[in-house]
Write a protein that binds this ligand. Structure first.
Ligand code: NAP
Length: 343
């Protein structure tokens, strides 16, 4: 366990906005859990790779920085392999490692920034695959009761970019590891037009899992701004999921609005299209802005504060609400211990 006092958090979130913490405890082994100080949700925070967080205020107490690493194949049987991964593993590194082992299932989720521990919190998803498709169990440390807990897939309550870890008490469970069920025999999941087009362009008629991963990497690199160049947290808003009647009345008013049915009665509509329609793509508000490559991505052009980025997000929400009557919900966690947003 490493402890530092008054650290800057600027390099601990991919938005790269200024913030500090009273203290940071970096967890490196499971034994470290046994000597943790009590967690106080009013002033403390659990942090992984910082790829899905916006610091609007400082963290007055302690940041528990989760770097519990480790990955291994536990068992291979009947066309599947069970892999265990520590929460502190780099997600993309884990994806590529599984491919190197001849395992598939994670290739569509290549190049998602952040650490593995964030994957179940957010139920990360891309190109038609989400973590829920491969997750079996999550092992976490219960910070309220100081003991280990194991969650089955059902207990994780994964839904679109959501889980029990996000919607319940967000800091009660410190995710330590997860168990994934991957495949030893590859079946391509190419339902997203952009992905199959990219593979066709590359001439991959019968793509391998590695081809799919490489195609996803190329697509993401073209489409999404690099956080090392302009700070960002990927998509800032979720795609709204509406009931069918509401979605139909919206698409009759805006026939070009992309919409995808989700089961019988729900329809997912494109937040990026709505934001672009309202003229925000590429727009700047001082050092905060909307990416000119992807309307869902808010960016820090260099010196933006978390509050400036959040204020731009509110402007977007207001415009979308008055045009479409839809409230966009932020995807990242907004950290505001000091009520900065209430001022
Ligand atoms: P895209 O393929 O043009 O997708 C744009 C949006 O349309 C996505 O948000 C996606 O929804 C939706 N979509 C496209 N094809 C769909 C289909 N066949 N069925 C259902 N929904 C469909 O390009 P993109 O915006 O770069 O996104 C590509 C993938 O990367 C998407 O899966 C997206 O979620 C993911 N991504 C995630 C983040 C993040 O930070 N969370 C950032 C960028 C991209 P879904 O988002 O529901 O998939």
């Amino acid at each position: 366990m490493r402890v530092s006092h008054n650290p800057s958090l600027k390099s601990f979130s991919t938005f790269g906005v200024p913030a500090t913490a009273g203290r940071m405890i970096t967890l490196e082994t499971e034994e470290d859990l046994l000597s943790l100080p009590p967690f106080n949700p009013v002033q403390d925070l659990i942090l992984g790779g910082g790829s899905n967080v916006l610091f609007v205020s400082d963290v007055p107490g302690t940041v528990f920085h989760n770097r519990l690493e480790g990955k291994q194949i536990l068992e291979t049987r009947d066309g599947h392999a069970w892999v265990e991964a520590g929460a502190g593993e780099n997600w993309h590194g884990l994806v590529r490692w599984t491919l190197d082992q001849g395992l598939s299932g994670l290739e569509n989720l290549s190049l998602i920034p952040g650490l593995a521990g964030a994957a179940p919190i957010q139920n990360i998803g891309a190109y038609g695959v989400e973590l829920a498709d491969v997750l079996e169990t999550v092992t976490a440390w219960d910070l309220e009761r100081n003991h280990w807990v194991s969650f089955t897939l059902a207990q994780c309550e994964l839904s679109y970019r959501n889980s029990v870890f996000k919607s319940g008490k967000p800091d009660r469970y410190l995710i330590c590891s997860m168990r994934l069920r991957l495949d030893t025999k590859f079946t391509a999941k190419l339902g997203y037009a952009g992905l199959s087009d990219e593979l066709s362009r590359a001439g991959a008629a019968a793509p391998s899992a590695l081809d799919v991963s490489d195609a996803v990497i190329r697509l993401r690199q073209r489409r999404l701004p690099d956080p090392a160049v302009s700070g960002n947290a990927g998509s800032f808003f979720k795609n709204p999921v509406l009931d069918r009647d509401r979605a139909e009345s919206l698409t009759s008013r805006f026939p070009q609005l992309p919409a995808w049915p989700l089961g019988e009665n729900a329809v997912k509509v494109s937040a990026a299209w709505m934001i672009e329609h309202c003229g925000f793509k590429g727009r700047r508000a001082g050092p905060a802005g909307v990416s000119d490559r992807h309307a869902l991505v808010l960016v820090n052009h260099g010196s933006a504060s978390g509050k400036q980025i959040f204020q731009l997000a509110v402007q977007i929400q207001t415009a979308i609400y008055s045009t479409f009557g839809v409230l966009l919900e932020p995807e990242p966690r907004i950290v505001d211990f000091k009520g900065e947003l209430d001022e």
